[in-house]
Design a protein around this ligand. Structure first.
Ligand SMILES: Cc1cc2nc3c(=O)[nH]c(=O)nc-3n(C[C@H](O)[C@H](O)[C@H](O)COP(=O)(O)OP(=O)(O)OC[C@H]3O[C@@H](n4cnc5c(N)ncnc54)[C@H](O)[C@@H]3O)c2cc1C
Length: 471
């Protein structure tokens, strides 16, 4: 970094707003995947949109690349600094600005942790329905820029569906304010969509207006077992038809994954015995305390009678609801325990899920010898998480595993990233989910909006078609 740029940035941000030397601790180059090799030369901590704008204008003028950082919980290595970059942290833009209960909206600064937003909504008897395991650290800006999903997408949608307006700063410091709270607003291009899901490559999100919903009055959860994929599919259609919009989660765990959750996650008790092919968590959130539970029970009883379920247990208390969810959430822990292994977050049609275990294991074993595969996820969203590993004493052949899994996902027209994004980790595989014309259009947008390639360079797409990673 040029010394006069550092001086200029210091002039904009003051002592509190810029960290250098020993003050740049490991937290600024460590994300959910681990600690990076590159310590940024400086961390900028602007406290307002105005400061963000001035900082980016200065970096743009100096051709200085920057990496944007929220809570650093991202899973695709997008926020970790690379050589020559300085970091811009949103950590000082962390306030809830206003709540409008009439409109059902909340306006927050982008560095606000997700959990703070959830709690602010709860205090007004409303719910901000995005929820994920990293809620305490993940920021709203990070959620928006990765279009985060989570557990209740089936009912409320992804972050994109929860965002009414936002404010962003472009690479040259221009502030684009699309911060309105309207559900209907057909006034030309929907510019906020450029920033949602583009992982900080097209602009820096500074504020957002998000949708709130009335807090559900009832919550019932069942933990079920089924003996065939056909039964699972039939069960999903049945619960959807019976519960309508009140169906808030339909999560499926493949049997080998259930076994390792039970054996590896401390404090977990099996809600239903092992020995079945699939385990399903079904949740209903409704608004009628008198009839909701009966409606849910009746649906489940019909499923039992119809042979869709081999076993089932219904929650009788909040503690049991938490215990059932602990089993589902234990999947991340159990899959993490398989390390060294290769993880995936894919979307595909429910029809293609039927043979996924057999199909992928056959391919993995043919290429790599004995292998293991663990599967589970948000079936109703068409989103599965997988962990694959070769049984070997040597290093894991993760490139070969990725080629096999992504190759198959490409063949069935699936997506190589359902909810975690692309970052740097999946960039080389983007072409397995997006066509050359789509990638070319992404590059056109990048070149137009960030002509000096200073915003999160190298994330999502390569700058040039000459890059061997992505042409
Ligand atoms: C335990 C655990 C569970 C998780 N569960 C889920 C899940 O269920 N569903 C899901 O979708 N994800 C999940 N994630 C992934 C992660 O939490 C999300 O991607 C989250 O949205 C990232 O937010 P963050 O603030 O940590 O972003 P960061 O990690 O800091 O950044 C992520 C990306 O966004 C960019 N960025 C950050 N802030 C801004 C901004 N203000 N403007 C523009 N770009 C910005 C960064 O440069 C980077 O490219 C999980 C992660 C963990 C560790």
């Amino acid at each position: 970094m040029k010394p006069d740029l550092l001086q200029e940035l210091h002039g904009i941000l003051g002592d509190k707003g810029i960290l250098t030397g020993a003050d740049v601790h490991e937290g600024y180059y460590t994300d959910a995947r681990g600690t990076g090799d590159v310590k940024p030369q400086a961390v900028l901590r602007p406290a307002s949109t105005e400061e963000m704008s001035q900082v980016l204008a200065a970096c743009h003028a100096a051709f200085q690349p920057v990496v944007l950082q929220g809570g650093l919980t991202g899973l695709v290595v997008g926020a970790r600094p690379q050589e020559g970059e300085i970091a811009i942290s949103l950590e000082r833009m962390n306030r809830v600005e206003s709540i409008d209960t009439d409109a059902g909206t909340i306006t927050v600064q982008a560095g606000t942790p997700l959990q703070v937003v959830q709690e602010a909504a709860d205090a007004h008897d409303m719910v901000y329905p995005l929820d994920l395991g990293a809620r305490g650290s993940a920021s709203i800006g990070g959620n928006l820029s990765t279009n985060a999903g989570g557990n209740r997408v089936i009912r409320y949608g992804m972050t994109r569906d929860l965002t009414l307006g936002l404010e962003a700063v472009l690479a040259d410091g221009t502030v684009v304010n699309s911060l309105n709270g309207y559900i209907k607003n057909n006034t030309g291009y929907d510019l906020k969509q450029l920033f949602i899901g583009s992982e900080g490559t097209l602009g820096l999100i500074t504020r957002a207006t998000l949708r709130l919903y009335p807090k559900p009055k009832t919550q019932v959860v069942a933990f079920c077992a089924a003996d065939s994929f056909d039964a699972v599919r039939e069960l999903m259609a049945h619960m959807r038809a019976g519960l309508g919009a009140d169906l808030s989660a339909f999560e499926v765990i493949w049997s080998k994954t259930y076994d390792v959750i039970l054996s590896d996650v401390p404090g977990i008790r099996a809600p239903v015995p092992t020995g079945h092919a699939f385990y399903i968590l079904i949740e209903m959130m409704g608004s009628d305390p008198i009839s909701d539970k009966g409606k849910f029970e009746a649906c489940l009883a019909q499923a039992l009678e119809g042979g869709m379920i081999a076993d089932a247990v219904l929650s009788r208390s909040n503690a049991e609801i938490d215990a059932f969810w602990d089993v589902r959430d234990g999947m991340a822990h159990a899959m993490g325990n398989q390390r060294p292994a290769t993880g995936f977050d894919i979307s595909l049609s429910v029809a293609d899920m039927e043979n996924i275990e057999e199909e992928l294991l056959t391919r993995l074993q043919a290429a790599l010898g004995p292998s293991r595969l663990f599967i589970g996820g948000h079936l109703a969203d068409g989103n599965l998480h997988l962990v694959a590993k070769a049984i070997t004493d040597g290093p894991q052949p993760s490139d070969a595993i990725q080629d096999i899994v992504y190759g198959w996902v490409g063949e069935v027209g699936g997506s190589i990233s359902a909810e975690h994004g692309i970052g740097t980790l999946k960039r080389a595989h983007l072409g397995q989910s997006r066509s050359p014309a789509e990638i070319a259009l992404m590059r056109t947008l990048k070149h137009a909006m960030d002509p000096r390639n200073i915003l999160n360079p190298g994330r999502v797409i390569a700058w040039s078609t000459n890059d061997p990673d992505q042409t």
